[in-house]
Design a protein around this ligand. Structure first.
Ligand code: GAL
Length: 819
């Protein structure tokens, strides 16, 4: 006994002594300091619920390989506390495991606790049950709200302290955030808003967690809170206090996608430009929002009209693949900026603004190697800049970085990283039939359309959020009306959205959804009413709740207040708005958990297969695709609904929603980027492919896919595919290294183009220019074909000095196939 106590004491002297493992984090007016040293830090947002624990180590390794120092995440209150006092930290909500994986990867963590988070997340992360608490007003100086917020924030802080996850305890967390962008919406809250922010700061400080707290977009953030910047560019931002460093918490790497919008993209050149401009203007920490966007699994994750994919055009794609050239172009940028870390954090900055948008910034000082930025923020004109006796070519909207002020090592518009074109491959699992075999059953509407067994009854038309407390997307509003004779009338329903299905006497008479992101609309349809009693059952469906704006939580959903009317041929109107309304929350199939495919539910196999029949459940089995490549299911042909694989939600689907057909013009990286500057997929299904994480699948045994089809669809084309790299290209300037990689077990199988000289065009359409070194093709084929990765130094030793030497700068363009 005594011996084991001595042993415990011995180990404890190592493990329990925080000073051994502890990291001291602080800041001054210049930078975050780690163990007393000012640091340049790159960070990237990865939201744990938008991927799976099985994906986390790989995502973090790819973030680390991409040159990041830290991973940032929000904490998602309404996911963790779906019902008041009932907590969930399991599976992809295992926040502690996520932070530990960050540490395992050797990265720091930035924890944005919020607990309001925005994030295109359902209701901005705030639980809908808060609305049931008497007198509660959200995000303002309101005791009931502050009490609930404090309870949740304390729970999280206690959890991370208990697990020793803060840097001074030896953990990875170096920064924590309270609230989120309150400054953007604060005006309408007046004095109460100001008081609330002071309260937030006091609460944060009271935890004494020993790392800096930040408040993003909060110009009146009280000390010692650091106010930080969010946006596409943050070079013009200045913190509100000279003791706060210039930090950028959200550099939007692309944008989120909504059901009515085409796919947004932000080109690597512009993203790199924004980062370089930030460091040129004395910024010292920058976080990519998002580094991996991921997937809105389940109905609770996506905000209003947000698609299931939250790809974000981020450096890692929805499935976790490296997105090239974005990932590689940023990796190269991180490396060159890191070389200047001392100059950027300890040097003096001297900026000279020149004509036509040109500027030069030199960081210098005693004991530091000087570092320079040469910037051209002109949107159209390239320039040649004479700097300290050397001429530098600057493409429009670009920054050159000279880590020793002599040699250009990086230009934001010159992309040396490879481009990868991803392709989808059919499921090659053995014994997989060419098309899936389906069984089906109708959603049991019998009780709802007759108003039987209601959850409650009132004589008002209630807000859907209040009535259902967001327990389901679906809420039934049911009433009855007596008429003296059979007659035709028009049913008119004013709804705050998002979707309405109207039934009269058990028949579906029509459906409508909110178009173009405007949620309120009026449904109108002629109906034949029978003499005496008629039952009107209205099924309202939401597609994620609003997440942003002052008082956003009060924006209603559903048929709140109506009016709901029956209008006769002679303008005789029956107003049903104050009739007796029965409510039913959710679908019968949801209650029975049909998607779990339990043996109690019976499915039809024979008979007439229902195609385009709304309110139908479909089920099929399939084999998991072989290998480890990411899996997607193509849901083209379906209408709108929800999908589950082996009982786990893979999100809402809506491939019948075609996006706006305008707005997809060719993309140009030059000029200030906006969320709609560069889009693809106009007039196409908003989302066709849905991610099925590998961990949801069972190898070698049947897997189940269940669909709830709300609008009517045809599942006969549904099929599983894998996502792999199809084509790789690179266009590398002489003096740099060409690196081509199939990003996985595949190999470079064929070389289409290899041209050294002045090749023209882009990936997929490269052509030989005015000069081409004939041996280039053979050299590249020799080095690359048959390899998973190859690298070639693009210089005269490899390609010869004389040929094409009249060109001012020679380039090697390569296009190859991976298989
Ligand atoms: C910011 C917000 C983020 C996210 C982003 C857009 O305003 O802080 O949470 O919503 O916009 O993707």
């Amino acid at each position: 006994m005594a011996k084991s106590l001595i042993l415990v004491a011995f180990f404890c002297s190592f493990l329990c002594d925080y000073s051994v493992l502890s990291t001291q984090v602080s800041h001054d007016g210049r930078a975050i300091t780690i163990d007393g040293q000012r640091r340049v830090l790159f960070s990237g947002s990865i939201h744990y619920p938008r991927s799976t624990p099985e994906m986390w180590p790989d995502l973090m390794q790819k973030a680390k390989d991409g040159g990041l120092d830290a991973i940032e995440t929000y904490v998602f209150w309404n996911a963790h506390e779906p019902q008041r006092g009932q907590y969930n930290f399991e599976g992809n909500l295992d926040l502690i495991r996520f932070i530990k994986e960050i540490q395992n990867a050797g990265l720091y963590a930035i924890l944005r606790i919020g607990p309001y988070v925005c994030a295109e997340w359902n209701y901005g992360g705030l639980p809908a049950w808060l609305r049931q608490i008497p007198g509660l007003q959200m995000r303002t100086n309101n005791r009931p709200f502050e009490d609930e917020m404090q309870k949740f924030v304390t729970l999280i802080v206690d959890m991370i302290k208990r697990e020793s996850l803060l840097a001074p305890q030896g953990g990875p967390i170096i920064i924590t955030q309270i609230e989120n962008e309150y400054g953007n919406v604060q005006g309408p809250y007046g004095n109460a808003g100001k008081e609330y922010i002071k309260w937030c700061a006091k609460l944060a400080e009271s935890y004494q967690i020993g790392v800096p707290w930040i408040m993003c977009q909060q110009p009146d953030a009280p000390q010692p809170m650091i106010n930080t910047c969010n946006g596409f560019y943050c070079d013009r931002f200045t913190p509100n206090n000279s003791t706060s460093p210039k930090l950028w918490t959200e550099n939007w790497t692309g944008w989120f996608k909504a059901w009515d919008k085409p796919d947004p993209h932000r080109l690597a050149e512009d993203l790199a430009f924004s980062v370089a401009r930030f460091f040129q203007s004395s910024g010292t920490l920058q976080n990519y929002y998002m580094y991996h966007g991921g997937t809105n699994f389940g109905r609770s994750t996506g905000g209003p009209y947000i698609t299931t994919t939250y790809d974000y055009d981020a450096p890692l794609d929805e499935y976790g693949n490296i997105r090239q050239p974005k990932w590689g172009h940023l990796k190269n940028l991180h490396a060159v900026i890191k070389k200047m870390e001392k100059a950027l954090t300890y040097g003096n900055a001297e900026t000279t603004e020149l004509e036509n948008g040109l500027s030069v910034t030199k960081f210098f000082g005693i004991g530091v190697v000087p570092g320079c930025f040469l910037a051209n923020k002109n949107k159209t004109d390239e320039a040649t800049l004479d700097f300290e006796g050397t001429k530098y070519f600057l493409p429009a909207w670009s920054v050159s970085i000279l880590p020793d002020c002599k040699q250009e090592v990086y230009n934001t518009a010159k992309v040396n990283a490879q481009t990868s074109i991803m392709v989808k491959k059919p499921n090659q699992a053995e014994a997989e039939p060419t098309s899936l075999i389906w069984s089906w059953k109708p959603e049991d509407l019998s009780k709802a359309v007759r108003g039987l067994e209601p959850d409650f009854t009132t004589n008002t038309l209630r807000d859907q959020i209040l009535a259902s407390v967001d327990a389901s997307d679906y809420l039934w509003y049911i009433t009855s009306v007596n008429v003296s004779q059979d007659q035709q009338m028009s049913l008119q329903v004013n709804t705050a959205g998002h979707i309405l299905h109207a039934f009269v006497n058990g028949d579906l008479i029509g459906s409508e959804y909110a178009p173009n992101g405007k949620f309120s609309f009026v449904f109108e349809k002629d109906v034949i009413l029978n003499q005496e009693i008629n039952i009107i059952a209205l099924l309202s469906a939401t597609v994620g709740l609003k997440n942003y704006g002052p008082y956003y939580e009060l924006m209603p959903a559903g048929i709140v207040g109506g009016p709901v009317k029956l209008i006769g041929n002679y303008n005789d109107t029956i107003d049903l708005s104050f009739s007796t309304w029965s409510y039913k929350v959710g679908l019968e199939g949801e209650k029975q958990q049909v998607y779990l495919d339990n043996s109690n539910s019976t499915w039809n196999k024979g008979g007439i297969f229902p195609k385009k029949v709304p309110f139908t459940w479909y089920k099929t089995t399939f084999q998991a695709p072989l290998g480890s490549d990411p899996v997607v299911v193509d849901l083209l042909g379906l209408g709108k609904g929800t999908a589950w694989v082996n009982g786990q939600s893979i999100g809402r689907y809506w491939p019948s929603y075609l996006t706006w057909s305008g707005g997809c013009s060719p993309c140009d990286y030059r000029g200030p980027f906006q969320s709609n500057s560069c889009q693809t997929g106009c007039g196409e299904p908003a989302q066709r492919w849905y991610h099925v994480p590998r961990s949801f699948l069972k190898a070698g045994e049947p897997n189940t896919l269940v669909l709830f089809e709300e609008a009517g669809g045809d599942p006969s084309q549904v099929n599983f595919q894998t996502v792999i790299v199809g084509i790789v290209c690179a266009d590398v300037v002489e003096g740099n290294i060409l690196i081509l990689s199939c990003q996985g077990p595949q190999k470079i199988s064929a070389l289409q183009v290899a041209s050294f000289g002045d090749p023209q065009g882009t990936c997929g359409s490269f052509q030989i220019g005015t000069c081409n070194v004939d041996s280039a093709y053979g050299i590249v084929r020799q080095a690359c074909v048959g390899q998973a990765t190859c690298s070639i130094l693009v210089d005269e030793k490899t390609f010869g000095s004389s040929e094409c030497s009249y060109l001012s700068s020679r380039r090697l363009a390569v296009q190859a196939t991976c298989a």
